[in-house]
Each structure stands twice: as structure tokens, then as C-alpha cells.
Design a protein around this ligand. Structure first.
Ligand code: IPD
Length: 268
């Protein structure tokens, strides 16, 4: 936990101070709207350099660079800026996400099979630091976290997010349009890591999203779980790119049932 927090804080400080200057777009990814800023690249470079110093032999899976292999059996899964579009627009909901994971022997880190050992999400704009260790609970700035008690679906504030490709968005919009009348309201915060931390700290009652990448969910999923949430996929699958659903155990199945019935894990 200590290493995750140390490097996440350092990267957070880099991107917070970097936001005071001009934010330049360095590249695009899945669509022209899916941007990478120069600070995404600088933050990941810092994370990789510091992890190599502090944990030589561990591998790194990051959003902006190639997988580096592990000789120790531990990987660091890092998102140098989660919420890049918020960062670009000067909105505060962006974060650095760092997690330590182990994988079954001979396999690369994959949310379907990994075990997340520790995670830290830093929101540098307001300094909030979320930390969790497997079996050790989750904290926000040192205070223990606990998800909200299960409410009827109609009383739930539900977080979600959208991909950057039009075909996926069309299907996400269809699923959302049917869900909206069944819940209290919807939030689209713009950072999956912060969505999962909001769930852990009572700022959301439920969360779901299709399309999350390993770095979007590694640290946040442990923080949510250690705060008492179930984090799962649909149709008995673990959380991952097809679908991630999170919430208190007594309510998450209602959302899972709706998402399965509406085919939310497919693009139509
Ligand atoms: C994005 C954010 C967003 C989610 C997108 C992600 P990025 O990550 O987590 O909330 O809806 O699916 O790609 O690109 O800002 O690191």
C-alpha cells in the first residue's frame, strides 16, 4: 500500500502542477475524442521510473506504454490520468490510479484472473487519497470507508460512464434510457477510478460501466470491495471490459439482472 500511495501522490503532484500550464493533446486512441495529453505520458513515465526504483523486478501494465514483464510475480497496474477529458477541460474529477496485482503463473495481468493486493487512487485537485489493502479495509485520507446500505433501486444514485466509439455509445444510451426512470438519478463523473471510490465512500449507491480497461478498474475495484461492495461482471463473469457492476451485496443483483436482460454487455 505504501509504494502505491507514494508513487500515486508523486504523479498526482506532477499532473496537478502541470495543469497550471497549457494542456497539450499528444495523441488520440479509440476515436478522435479519446485523447492522450502530454501529461498522461509524463505521469506514466514518472510512475514507471519510480516503480523501477522502489520495486525492481516487478512488472508494469499501464495505459500509455507497453507491458513490462515481471520476474517477481507482482505487477503494477497504473492509470497516469484517469479522467483525461476532465483534465483537458479543467474539471477537477481526474485521478492517478495505482494497484499491485498478482496473476496465475505464466499469465499476464488480466482482471478475469488477477488478485489485486493493494490500490491507491489520488485525486490531486482536492488532495483526496483513497487506499486499500486486500483484507485490510479501505480508507479516504485515513478514515475507514463503508458503502451505503442497500436502498430500493428507485432510491439509488447510480454512476456510469461511456466509451469513446459511436457504436458503443449508441448501445450505452439505449441501456441508460431504460434505466433512468427506475433509479433516483444518474451521475457521469468522468473517471472510473473516482466512480468506484465514490461508491466506496457513499457518494454513489451503485455503479456500472461497459468498456473499462484493466488500469481503469484495478485500484478502484479493491477500494470498493474493501469498503463492502461486490464488484462483478454479468452472467457469472468477473468484472472487466465486457461489464463492471459494483454496489452493496443486497442491491447489486437488481442492477445485474436489469443489465443482463437488456444485453448491456453487447454493442448493438
Ligand atoms: C476513462 C474514464 C471514464 C470512462 C472511460 C475511460 P481515461 O479513462 O475512466 O470515466 O468512462 O471509459 O476510458 O481515458 O480518462 O483514462
Amino acid at each position: 500500500m505504501h509504494v502505491a500511495e507514494t508513487v500515486a501522490r508523486e504523479a498526482g503532484e506532477l499532473i496537478r502542477t502541470g495543469r497550471e500550464g497549457e494542456v497539450s493533446v499528444a495523441a488520440t486512441k479509440s476515436s478522435a475524442q479519446d485523447v492522450v495529453t502530454a501529461m498522461d505520458l509524463a505521469s506514466e513515465a514518472l510512475l514507471r521510473r519510480r516503480l523501477a526504483e522502489l520495486r525492481p523486478g516487478d512488472g508494469v501494465l499501464g495505459e500509455e506504454d507497453a507491458l513490462t514483464q515481471s520476474s517477481s510475480g507482482t505487477w503494477w497496474v497504473v492509470d497516469p490520468i484517469d479522467g483525461t477529458v476532465n483534465y483537458l477541460y479543467g474539471l477537477p474529477a481526474y485521478a492517478v490510479s495505482v494497484a499491485a496485482v498478482t496473476s496465475p503463473a505464466g499469465t499476464d495481468p488480466d482482471p478475469a484472473t488477477w488478485t489485486v493486493l493493494a490500490g491507491c487512487v489520488v485525486a490531486p485537485q482536492d488532495g483526496r487519497t483513497y487506499v486499500a489493502g486486500l483484507g485490510q479495509g479501505a480508507t479516504l485520507d485515513g478514515q475507514a470507508l463503508q458503502v451505503n446500505q442497500a436502498q430500493p433501486l428507485i432510491d439509488c444514485l447510480v454512476g456510469t460512464g461511456f466509451g469513446y466509439v459511436a457504436a458503443r455509445r449508441r448501445s450505452q444510451a439505449r441501456v441508460l434510457a431504460e434505466l433512468l426512470p427506475q433509479v433516483r438519478d444518474i451521475r457521469r463523473i468522468g473517471s472510473a477510478a473516482l466512480d468506484l471510490c465514490a461508491l466506496a465512500s457513499g457518494g454513489l449507491d451503485l455503479y456500472y460501466e461497459r468498456g473499462l480497461q484493466p488500469w481503469d478498474l484495478a485500484a478502484g475495484s479493491l477500494i470498493a470491495q474493501e469498503a463492502g461492495a461486490v464488484v462483478t461482471g454479468l452472467r457469472g463473469q468477473p468484472a472487466g471490459e465486457a461489464m463492471t457492476v459494483a454496489g452493496p451485496p443486497a442491491r447489486v443483483h437488481d442492477l445485474v439482472a436489469y443489465l443482463e436482460a437488456s444485453g448491456a454487455d453487447q454493442d448493438s
